[in-house]
Design a protein around this ligand. Structure first.
Ligand SMILES: [Fe+2]
Length: 159
C-alpha cells in the first residue's frame, strides 16, 4: 500500500540518522587520536574532530531550516562500522600495522558520511532547500578532504 510519505520526510529521517552517526564519529575520532602513533595521523584525527563538531552544529542549522527539532535516530550502519573498528583495534592495536588499520577504519566512517551527505545534498537541491544545500556541500567537501588526507598519510607510513 502506498503511503503519504514524501522525499521531505526521507530527508528529515536521514538527517536524524546522520546526527547520530556524527556523534558516534566524534567518539571514534577521540579514540583514534589517542591511539594513533604517527604524529601526522594524530593531528589529522584531532583536526577532523574539531571539524566534525562544526558539522554537528551545521546539522542543527539544517534541522532549524526545515523547522524540526534536532533529534537523532540510531544509525545501525555507523554502529556496525564502530563495532568493527573496536574489534580491529583489539586485534591490531599493539601491532606495527595499527596506524594502517586505524586509517582503514576511519576511512570506512568517512565513506559512509560521504555517501549520506552526497545524498542529502542531492535531495536538498531537489527539494529547493536553498539555505541547507550550501551547508551540506561544505560538509561533504570536508569529509572528502579528510578522506584524502588519510590516504596520503597511509601512503607514507612505513610497513
Ligand atoms: Fe567525517
Amino acid at each position: 500500500m502506498a503511503t503519504t510519505k514524501t522525499l521531505a520526510d526521507a530527508f528529515h529521517e536521514t538527517l536524524k540518522d546522520v546526527l547520530f552517526a556524527e556523534r558516534a564519529s566524534v567518539r571514534a575520532l577521540k579514540k583514534s587520536a589517542k591511539t594513533a602513533k604517527e604524529l601526522d595521523l594524530k593531528r589529522a584525527f584531532q583536526e577532523h574532530l574539531e571539524e566534525t563538531e562544526t558539522q554537528i552544529e551545521r546539522l542543527g542549522e539544517i534541522f532549524d531550516i526545515i523547522g524540526k527539532a534536532p533529534r537523532a535516530k540510531t544509525c545501525e550502519a555507523m554502529q556496525g562500522i564502530v563495532a568493527e573498528m573496536e574489534e580491529d583495534l583489539e586485534d591490531f592495536g599493539d601491532s606495527p600495522a595499527s596506524d594502517d588499520v586505524l586509517i582503514g577504519c576511519a576511512q570506512a566512517v568517512e565513506h559512509y558520511e560521504m555517501a549520506r551527505y552526497g545524498m542529502l545534498k542531492a535531495w536538498s537541491e531537489k527539494l529547493g532547500y536553498d539555505e541547507a544545500t550550501p551547508l551540506l556541500r561544505k560538509t561533504l567537501e570536508e569529509e572528502k578532504a579528510a578522506d584524502e588526507r588519510l590516504t596520503r598519510i597511509a601512503q607514507q607510513l612505513a610497513v
